[in-house]
Design a protein around this ligand. Structure first.
Ligand code: FAD
Length: 294
């Protein structure tokens, strides 16, 4: 189980992949990539869950494949906002029966044009409710992860309020946290300190997304509002019209972040791979000695 991986004293390295979007590839299109990702021997692979449950079947299938075919610890993301208890239980049963032992318990985003009010009477309002549900119904069958936001969740009143809510997720039974992407390590270190002060002691994996195309930068800014340091912006400005150079520089920036994080004894590194084994390979090749334990 993933919670045990954090007790080995080594930096836990994980890769995140997503199921093909409807009409943009079949399950087979991801299996070739899985083969490549597996050669990197990550500690676990996480599989995202499409907004509003749009990928339930393929998330379950891919997470099961990771475990059964490649023998790699598998983390299935699961959102709850738009689901009923019965739907969530049926997905969890399917994952458990497929040998998946780890769930990233998420609320999910409000679908376009809706807001909190539309879900007030639903079975789940927050990720914390999903964590409690999994704990109560499945006991120790799953190791539970939750999301955290070094610069605060965009809907949170403040970072402090968000950390209070994070504490509720840890208290409800989350075993580990995976962070939103960030490009300024200092933001992450400050967050870690605040989390520790709030009495949250579960391990945090740092989310790293190598920037390999200009479209991504736009998404990063509009969706999560991550701070973009000057060094990062200089790279983007200089190479925005040169995709090959941008990819190279984006990967090197990510490697630089990871080296600093590992040197600072981060519990884990979670790489948002965007289904690019080539990118993940370059990153892993450059940190293999950093990650070795003497
Ligand atoms: P929560 O922890 O429930 O928090 C949501 C907001 O509510 C926060 O602002 C929090 O401060 C606030 N809050 C919590 N409890 C309370 C309370 N009691 N009272 C008032 N406010 C409260 N989305 C997907 O659709 N699929 C994925 O696969 C996916 N994977 C992700 C992986 C990671 C590592 C991360 C960081 C995010 C991922 N997301 C995914 C996005 C996520 O669903 C959104 O960020 C969503 O808006 C919040 O989900 P959460 O689980 O963090 O919510």
């Amino acid at each position: 189980m993933i919670k045990d991986l954090y007790n080995t004293g080594k930096t836990v390295v994980s890769l995140e992949i997503f199921p093909p979007k409807k009409g943009q590839g079949t399950l087979e299109s991801i299996t070739g990539k899985l083969e490549e990702f597996s050669t990197l021997s990550p500690d676990f692979i996480s599989v995202t869950y499409g907004a509003g449950g749009s990928t339930t079947g393929s998330t379950c299938d891919i997470a099961t494949l990771v475990r059964q075919e490649y023998g790699i610890e598998s983390l299935a993301h699961l959102t709850c906002l738009t689901a009923t208890r019965d739907e969530v239980a049926s997905t969890l049963d399917r994952l458990r029966d497929g040998g998946v032992e780890n769930i990233l318990a998420l609320r999910g985003d409000y679908p376009a044009g809706t807001s909190a009010r539309d879900y007030a009477a639903g079975d789940f309002r927050y990720a914390r409710d999903l964590i409690s549900f999994i704990q109560n119904r499945y006991g120790d069958a799953f190791s539970i992860g939750a999301a955290c936001y070094p610069e605060g969740h965009p809907q949170a009143r403040s970072l402090e309020a968000d950390i209070e809510n994070l504490k509720a997720k840890a208290d409800a039974g989350a075993d580990f946290l995976i962070s939103q992407l960030f490009y300024d390590n200092e933001q992450f270190y400050r967050f870690q300190e605040k989390v520790a002060k709030a009495g949250i002691s579960i391990p945090i994996s740092a989310g790293i997304m190598p920037v390999v195309n200009v479209r991504q930068i736009h998404n990063i800014v509009t969706l999560c509002g991550a701070t973009l340091p000057r060094k990062f912006l200089r790279i983007m400005d200089k190479y925005e019209d040169n995709p090959a150079a941008l990819t190279e520089a984006g990967i090197m920036y990510a490697i630089d972040q990871i080296i600093d994080l590992v040197t600072s004894d981060v519990a884990g590194i979670h790489v948002y791979t965007m289904n690019r084994p080539d990118v993940a390979k370059k990153i892993c090749a450059n940190i293999s000695n950093i990650l070795k334990r003497g």
